[in-house]
Design a protein around this ligand. Structure first.
Ligand code: AMP
Ligand code: MG
Length: 363
């Protein structure tokens, strides 16, 4: 609770969750209108975005936003991202719109970049966790955009899953943890991006700072701003070029939850520091059913039947699109251990290293 500093988790009474399928390329206006009505009435709607499924509520309705926290069991000190239709709507909830925000919005919106800016007083404390800033983005998914436009209001939406569990990239993943806790799920098929947006703070008195790495890389942001972007110390270094001096030069910004266990499957996840196959064989030898997130060109032949191999793409976009579904699928088998082959050390893999590192934090 932002006022008392305590970690409040209250789960609501079970309810009926409605499921509506929508065409992801051309969402049916009547179905979008139905979902928008639910939002305007203070209800909770899960919807696909280009990153993961979001759990939406009318962002300026404090009661509705508090229902998100109840449904997810999300600690109230973790603020939520507000989704808007365009930069003009973003400007209605912020107290300042710096040039950097304008340049980044022109380049990356709609898309998976979230900007953290000073908030206006009408943004409820529930959205910002009582803090002075609000996080904003314009999603590019047709269903998300149509829903926000039809609702006519900013939509607060964290990922549509119980807090700390694996993020949902399919409607079935949403139902796995939120069925009976939310009003409606719009099923628009798999999310193309597969991992959460990049969260970038734009403080008035310091360098832009990546609070959470995502699909848009540090290099892409630096190219637009023409200046150095620092990475929050809670975030793994993005490349050999990103020196630890530059990261520690960043003023410590509020980014709750950055070091906690997050995005985690039920089975313990182990990140192989060397050869993944050797680690997999060792677990299998101890009698564990073992899932292996191997690269598709790795040798996965002649392993025991207790090993389930998931072939992952060698490119970060392809890997991101599949990672959460792969973790959901391995949990559903189930397996006792999940081993991930070591990811490359380059900037374009930073967001994926971040997600796997957090998912591997032990219970
Ligand atoms: P999720 O809701 O799962 O997509 O996570 C949202 C992320 O955005 C979390 O890491 C939050 O801590 C971060 N976030 C949201 N609002 C703010 C804010 N005002 N300042 C800093 N980080 C924020
Ligand atoms: Mg989340």
């Amino acid at each position: 609770d932002p006022l008392t500093g305590t970690d409040v988790r209250i789960f609501p009474a079970p309810m009926e969750t409605e499921l509506l399928t929508v065409n992801p390329a051309a969402p049916e206006p009547d179905r979008i209108a139905r979902a928008a009505d639910v939002l305007r009435c203070g209800g909770l709607v899960a919807f696909p975005t280009e990153t993961v499924y979001g759990l939406g509520a009318a962002a300026l309705n404090a009661t509705a936003v508090r229902r998100i926290f109840e449904a997810k069991g999300r600690p109230s000190h973790n603020p939520v991202i507000v989704h808007v239709a365009d930069a003009d709507e973003a400007r209605t909830v912020v107290a300042a719109w710096p040039e950097a925000a304008q340049a980044l919005a022109e380049q990356f919106w709609p898309g998976p970049l979230t900007l953290v800016l000073p908030r206006r007083p009408e943004v409820p404390d529930a959205v910002t966790a009582g803090g002075p800033t609000v996080a904003l983005r314009v999603p590019s998914h047709h269903v998300a955009l149509a829903l926000i436009r039809a609702a006519g209001v900013p939509v607060a939406a964290p990922s549509a899953n119980i807090s700390t569990s694996v993020s949902p990239t399919r409607a079935a993943h949403v139902l796995r943890t939120l069925d009976g806790r939310i009003d409606l799920v719009l099923d628009g098929g798999p999310c193309p991006g597969g991992i959460e947006s990049t969260v970038l703070a734009l403080p008035h008195d310091g360098p832009p700072c990546i609070l959470r790495p995502g699909l848009i890389t540090r290099a892409q942001i630096e190219a637009v701003l023409g200046r150095e972007v620092v990475v929050s110390s809670g975030t793994p270094q993005t490349s050999p070029a990103s020196s630890s001096e530059s990261a520690s030069a960043a003023a410590p910004l509020p980014s709750p939850g950055l070091l906690e266990r997050h995005y985690a499957p039920h089975a313990p996840l182990i990140l192989a520091s060397g050869d993944g196959r050797t680690v997999v064989q060792s677990f299998a030898g101890q009698g564990f059913r073992t899932g292996w997130l191997a690269f598709e060109d790795e040798d996965s032949a002649n392993l025991p039947p207790s090993v389930h191999v998931t072939a992952m793409p060698r490119d970060p976009a392809g890997y991101a699109a599949r990672i959460y579904a792969a973790l959901h699928d391995l949990d559903a088998l189930p397996v006792d251990r999940i081993v991930a082959s070591r990811l490359p050390d380059t900037d374009d893999w930073a967001a994926l290293r971040d997600r796997l590192k957090r998912a591997a934090v032990p219970r």
